[in-house]
Write a protein that binds this ligand. Structure first.
Ligand code: CO
Length: 618
């Protein structure tokens, strides 16, 4: 029996998928697997998406196979693009760099005698228009020094040294060294045992004596109060919500067909050549899903936790099972609502709580927590928790600190951004939705505004894609609303949800910069498109070393397609601009980036009125 079309991918299905494409003659000796994921385009059968990379021909095949029928559903050949760096390639690239005599010489100039004590980080080289990278698949490897194996590598950058590895040939084909800078002295370790722990932290335990109030059926179908949703772990996007709905008086009302973190970009603002190439697209270049952590109770998550395992496909087609990759639990969230009636002296108060669905992904020096929250009042929230270690560069006396901040003696962190692009395939009360931009505008004083106090919310119907491209504007209290014009609440208003955008900037690199051309999605905060199964990744399907030609959202929206009363997807780019503090070092306290959808006329009144009153509170 095949799995539900929206079930989590299993190890046996990966084996079955690999067998299927191998049997069909699509896999050669030089072929590796670069994306194996649930294809959600057809809910009648179980489909798996497979991206193959053929090293000899440098060709990518984008396949969809059906495990229900055992057939290849589609097969698209892509030329001239590069796949994600393979996970098998990363340790091999590290090894060839460590073993390279030119690297040994370069680090000897910095007083390092044993190159095996280097930490090598193979970075996506981006696309800086370098002639020597043309036609190659390149990891630009940078180095750090660990005196002891468990030292904090990022404390001692070997700045200026860059080893270019051709990943197809698996050889170092070029070394650039703009150093040396002196090696930083401090080890800046932070692990337990290296820092004296506080002794004034009393135990804090969360108990739910009757268990949590959610259930998980069919492996990944979560039911919690009025909500129900499927959760998937996508190879590329990480934690994905699917078929999110609220059941109202026995009627299941869809809200989002699919919600995901579709791409992100981390541009660095430092002009030093050893830093300026850093423009990570961590979702598409790396595959966030396969960076998922195995979570531990009481450490990553506290309380009555339900974990789901996740499985992803290694380069060679082997399934990798990550235990406890997805954490599901309930959290108390303070008060849901309250009023103290001064007339009677009585108080009505209800407790809020939220359902938390989360995973944590480690990409090199950074750790990203992806948290989805569902609330008792119909609110939906996406939150990214950013932690880990800031990328570091060496600092010598007299070095320019315009584009970097000192975080320790001889160590600086370049200014950078983390811009996340969330993709929301909306289906508020059905597939046909319409988006509005809502600005609050003051009326001119005089006339029917004699006191000059008048201001109003002005909703503009977004008829076409170009009109929808926009930025967050707190000066206009700007929000967006997605409504179903065919369904009304008891007041006759179309049912809808409102996007409360993040307080966020757009991409700071110049519009003419190569990264602005590669990550055009980040040059605006909001895009709306007619939903297309082919338009899932806002910087394109294959972003590794991609050309600065506006793949993805900028290209799709050139068609200026109509948006009203159709199946639409809202893309919201939000995040942080990170000018590092000393407090961000040697490991960064969690910083948060989030956006929120709240019901707007979706319900007839406060949907949390029916929360039970706590026994002892009235
Ligand atoms: Co940062």
């Amino acid at each position: 029996m095949t799995a539900h079309p929206l079930a989590l991918l299993s190890a046996s299905e990966i084996v079955e998928t690999v067998d299927l494409v191998t049997t069909k003659g699509l896999v050669g000796d030089d072929t590796t697997f670069r994306r194996v994921a649930v294809d959600e385009s057809d809910l009648a059968e179980r489909r798996i998406e497979v991206w193959l990379y053929h090293r000899q021909s440098k060709r990518i095949d984008e396949l969809v196979v059906s495990l229900t029928t055992g057939e290849v559903v589609s097969n698209l050949t892509v030329e001239g693009m590069r796949p994600q760096i393979g996970f098998a390639e990363i340790p091999r690239a590290m090894a060839v760099v460590k073993d390279d005599p030119r690297v040994a010489e370069a680090v000897a100039r910095r007083g390092i005698t044993d190159p095996q004590k280097l930490q090598i980080d193979p970075w996506p080289t981006g696309n800086m228009g370098l002639e020597h990278e043309r036609g190659r698949r390149v990891a630009r490897c940078i180095a750090f020094y660990r005196e002891e194996d468990d030292d904090n590598g990022y404390a001692r950058p070997i700045d200026g040294l860059m080893a270019f590895v051709d990943l197809d040939l698996m050889e170092v084909y070029r070394i650039d060294d703009i150093g040396p800078w002196p090696l930083a002295a401090e080890t800046s370790n932070y692990s337990a045992g290296t820092v004296a722990a506080r002794t004034d932290v009393a135990p804090l335990e969360i108990t739910q004596p009757e268990g949590p109030s959610f259930t998980v059926t069919d492996g990944n179908h979560i039911h919690w109060q009025n909500w129900d949703v499927r959760v998937l772990l996508d190879h590329t996007e990480g934690l994905v919500l699917h078929s999110l709905a609220w059941t109202d008086d026995g009627r299941r009302r869809p809200i989002m067909r699919r919600a995901s973190l579709a791409e992100m970009v981390v541009p660095y603002g430092e002009i030093r050549e050893s830093q300026a190439f850093k423009n990570a697209l961590d979702v598409g270049e790396i595959g966030l899903g396969r960076c998922v952590n195995s979570l531990r109770l009481g450490c990553d998550c506290l309380g009555d936790i339900t974990y789901l395992d996740a499985t992803w496909c290694f380069d060679d087609g082997t399934p990798v099972v990550v235990d406890q990759a997805i954490c599901i639990h309930e959290e108390d969230f303070g008060i849901a609502w309250k009023h103290t009636d001064s007339h009677t002296g009585t108080s009505e108060v209800r407790r809020s709580r939220r359902l938390v669905i989360s995973s944590i992904f480690t990409v090199g020096n950074y750790d990203y927590g992806l948290f989805w929250y569902l609330y008792v009042d119909g609110t939906i929230q996406m939150e990214i928790k950013l932690t880990g270690i800031v990328t570091t560069q060496s600092h010598a006396p007299g070095d320019d600190l315009s584009y970097a901040a000192l975080v320790a003696p001889e160590v600086a962190a370049p200014i950078h951004q983390h811009l996340f692009c969330a993709r929301f395939d909306m289906e508020v009360d059905g597939a046909r939705n319409t988006a509005y931009r809502v600005d609050v505008e003051p009326d001119p004083p005089g006339g029917r505004n004699p006191h000059g106090n008048a201001f109003r919310a002005v909703a503009t119907r977004l008829e076409r894609e170009q009109q929808a491209i926009d930025v967050v504007d707190p000066s206009k209290a700007r929000t967006w609303r997605v409504v179903n014009e065919g369904v009304t609440n008891r007041l006759g208003q179309p049912t809808g949800f409102k996007l409360l955008p993040a307080d966020t900037s757009t991409l700071f690199p110049a519009d003419s910069s190569r990264i602005a051309g590669r990550a055009g999605f980040a040059t605006s905060n909001i895009w709306v498109t007619p939903t297309s199964g082919d338009e899932r990744f806002p910087a394109g399907n294959h972003v590794t070393q991609s050309a600065p030609e506006g793949q993805g959202l900028p290209a799709w929206t050139e068609a200026d397609r109509p948006l009203a009363d159709t199946d639409i997807t809202v893309w919201h780019t939000f995040g942080l601009t990170h000018s590092a503090r000393p407090e961000d070092y040697p490991v960064m306290p969690v910083e948060y980036a989030r956006c929120t959808w709240v019901p707007f006329g979706f319900f007839d009144c406060n949907p949390a009125l029916d929360l039970p009153a706590p026994d002892h509170c009235h």
